[in-house]
Write a protein that binds this ligand. Structure first.
Ligand code: NAD
Length: 361
C-alpha cells in the first residue's frame, strides 16, 4: 500500500520526535511491504520564520492532498521567543487552530493507557491501578464554548464578558457516531459526559447520543455528569472504555486522564474528520526546555503513528506491531529521562527510536 503522509515536524522537540516516528513507520513499511511517501510541511514557528505566518494556504492544500498528517508539536517559549511578539492571529498556535478548522477535524481522540511497566509513575494508589487501564477520551473539537460568540462590554463602568456555548444536533450526531464506531473496535462501552442537569446544550447532547446509540445495539451506553466523571477518573479509571464529550469538558478531562497515566511523553492523539483523514500528534507541546538535547521521549509520537495506521489506513496488524514493540522496549527496561526510574536503562530520543524500530516484526 502507498501511504501518502504529510509531515509537520514543527518546533522545539517536534523535529526530534517526528524523525523517530518516521524511522519506525519506515521499518513497518519495510516489514509489511508498504511505501511511505512523505511531504514535509511547515507550520507554527517554523512557518513564521520562512513565510511570516504560522500556516499558509499552500500548506493547507498539501495537507488536504495527503492521506493523513503526522505532526510533532508547535510553539516556543512565550517569554523569550520572538514569535510571541506578533499579534495573536500570527502566533504559532493560530496555525494549529486554523488547520483543525480547514481540515474539519471535529473529533479528537486521546487514549490514556497505564502500562504495567510504568505504573510507578501513576499518582494513583496501587489498588486503583492494579492491572492497568486503557481508556479513550473522544472530544468534540470544533464547536461549543471555544468557538461560540464572545464579547466583552463595559456598561456604567462595569466590565462584563460573554462566551456562548452552542451545539446543533448535526454536530453532536457526527461525533457520537465516531465515538460508537471507535467503541465497536474496543470494549464496546460508551460513557457520554455532559451537564444535563443544568445546560440546554447538554440536554440536546444526551438526546442525540441516545438516538445514535440505537444503531449500535452491541454497545453499552451510560451517561455521566462531568463533575462526577472528573471524580471517577481518579477513583476508578478502569470502568471507562470510550468517554464521549463536548469540547470544553473534553479539554479538561483529557488532561486529567493523561495525568493519571504518568508521563506526557507517552500520550498519543488523533484528530479526525468525516473521511479517513486524520491529524496525528503527541498530546504534549514543543517542550522548549529540553529541545535540541536529544532527551525527549518519542513514544507519544510513535504511538500517534500507530493510531494513524489504524484509523486512516485500516492497517490494524501494523499498528499492533508498533504498540507491541513499545511494550517490549518498556519491558526490557529502557526509559527516556521523563519516565526513568531506579534500576532501568536511560536512553535518549534516537536510541529509543532505534530500539522500537528494532522490535517491529
Ligand atoms: P509542554 O508539553 O511542551 O511541556 C510541559 C513539560 O513536559 C515540560 O517540562 C516538557 O519538557 C515536558 N515534555 C513534554 N513533552 C515531552 C516529551 N516528549 N518528552 C519528555 N518531556 C516532555 O507544555 P508547555 O511547556 O506548556 O508548552 C510549550 C509550548 O508548546 C508552548 O508554546 C505551547 O503553546 C506549545 N504547545 C503546543 C501543542 C501542540 O502543538 N499541539 C500542545 C501544547 C502546547
Amino acid at each position: 500500500m502507498n501511504l501518502n503522509i504529510g509531515v509537520i515536524k514543527g518546533d522545539g522537540i517536534g523535529p526530534e520526535i517526528v524523525t523517530e516516528a518516521m524511522k519506525v513507520l519506515d521499518k513497518v513499511a519495510d516489514v509489511y511491504g508498504h511505501t511511505c511517501n512523505y511531504t514535509q510541511l511547515l507550520m507554527g514557528g517554523a512557518s513564521i520564520d520562512v513565510h511570516g505566518v504560522p500556516l499558509t494556504s499552500e500548506t493547507v492544500a498539501q495537507a488536504k492532498a495527503s492521506d493523513a498528517v503526522l505532526m510533532g508539536s508547535i510553539g516556543g517559549d512565550a517569554k523569550t521567543s520572538p514569535w510571541y511578539q506578533l499579534e495573536p492571529s500570527k502566533r504559532p498556535e493560530a496555525g494549529l487552530l486554523k488547520i483543525r478548522k480547514e481540515l474539519n477535524l471535529f473529533a479528537n481522540l486521546r487514549p490514556a493507557i497505564l502500562y504495567d511497566e510504568l505504573k510507578g509513575a501513576c499518582p494513583l494508589k496501587e489498588e486503583i491501578t492494579e492491572g492497568g487501564f486503557d481508556l479513550m477520551i473522544m472530544r468534540e473539537l470544533t464547536g461549543g464554548l471555544y468557538f461560540g460568540e464572545r464579547k466583552t462590554i463595559e456598561e456604567d463602568g462595569v466590565i462584563t464578558a460573554h462566551d456562548s456555548l452552542t451545539y446543533n444536533e448535526n454536530e453532536i450526531r457526527r461525533i457520537a457516531k465516531r465515538g460508537f464506531d471507535i467503541a465497536m473496535k474496543r470494549r464496546k462501552k460508551v460513557t457520554s459526559v455532559d451537564k444535563a442537569n443544568v445546560l440546554d446544550s447538554s440536554r440536546l447532547w444526551r438526546k442525540v447520543v441516545e438516538e445514535v446509540a440505537k444503531d449500535y445495539p452491541e454497545v453499552t451506553l451510560e451517561h455521566m455528569l462531568v463533575d462526577n466523571c472528573a471524580m471517577q477518573l481518579v477513583r476508578d479509571p478502569k470502568q471507562f472504555d470510550v468517554v464521549l464529550t463536548e469540547n470544553m469538558f473534553g479539554d479538561i478531562l483529557s488532561d486529567e486522564a493523561s495525568m493519571v497515566t504518568g508521563s506526557i511523553g507517552m500520550l498519543a492523539s488523533a484528530s479526525l474528520n468525516e473521511t479517513k483523514f486524520g491529524l496525528y500528534e503527541p498530546s504534549g507541546g514543543s517542550a522548549p526546555d529540553i529541545a535540541g538535547k536529544g532527551i525527549a521521549n518519542p513514544i507519544a509520537t510513535i504511538l500517534s503513528a500507530a493510531m494513524m495506521l489504524r484509523f486512516s489506513f485500516d492497517l490494524d496488524k501494523e499498528a499492533d506491531a508498533i504498540e507491541n514493540a513499545v511494550e517490549k522496549v518498556l519491558k526490557e527496561g529502557y526509559r527516556t529521562i521523563d519516565i526513568m526510574s531506579e534500576g532501568k536503562t536511560q536512553v535518549g530520543t534516537e536510541k529509543m527510536g532505534d530500539l522500537i524500530a528494532g522490535y517491529i516484526e
